[in-house]
Design a protein around this ligand. Structure first.
Ligand code: COA
Length: 165
């Protein structure tokens, strides 16, 4: 398994199924357009022959000061906070069934990419828009909820540096 940038011509994704139709659909129909419009970078976990085992997207983002939890808000000026957004993440259900741990590998890769970005541009934290059923997955890696509905989670870049730096 390796994690590489998405290539529409190379990556076979017709039978990709993560259990969430919207996430499957995005990869099959919208990922190329996201790239063309510079809305997201798309990373693919593939088997070495182009078969997609999982994917995630990464984008620049910002969080309003009011969204931050109290403990963090009081340390920062009242301006928008720069962040890296994991917009989507999914592993193929068949790969999950045989314990390939694609989700963990993708998430660690994403955190490392955010760390690389943070060497050249200010990044305070990584945020993720989680599906309700995946919140527990992100919490295992230390993500905590921002204010709002509990589905937007964050992990400070300082913590990420300690984890994977
Ligand atoms: C969420 C998802 C990406 C996790 O990927 P995965 O390949 O199952 O992850 P891993 O196998 O590496 O799991 C790592 C650990 O997290 C746990 N875990 C996996 N999914 C979990 C979930 N939804 N909630 C809580 N824990 C979860 C695993 O049991 C494993 O635990 P362990 O270390 O004790 O063995 C995957 O289940 C998925 O694609 N789900 C459907 C789409 C989705 O919800 N995407 C996320 C929202 S953007």
């Amino acid at each position: 398994m390796k994690i590489v940038l998405f290539e529409a011509k190379r990556h076979r994704r017709g039978d990709f199924a993560c259990g969430h139709a919207g996430l499957d659909e995005y990869l099959k129909r919208h990922a190329s357009q996201s790239l063309r419009n510079h809305l997201a970078q798309v990373y693919i976990a593939e088997d070495g022959q182009g078969k997609v085992l999982g994917y995630y997207t990464l984008s620049a983002a910002s969080i309003r000061h009011e969204e931050l939890p109290e403990s963090l808000a009081k340390k920062l000026p009242k301006y928008p906070v720069p962040a890296v957004l994991i917009g989507r993440m999914a592993s193929d259900a068949q790969a999950r069934a045989i314990g390939q741990r694609i989700g963990s590998k993708l998430l660690i890769h994403a955190l490392k990419q955010a760390l690389i970005a943070s060497d050249t541009i200010g990044v305070q934290c990584v945020i993720v828009d989680s599906k309700p059923e995946a919140v527990g997955f992100y919490q295992r890696f230390g993500f905590a909820p921002l204010k709002q509905d509990g589905l937007k989670l964050y992990l400070p870049i300082s913590t990420i540096r300690q984890m994977v730096g």
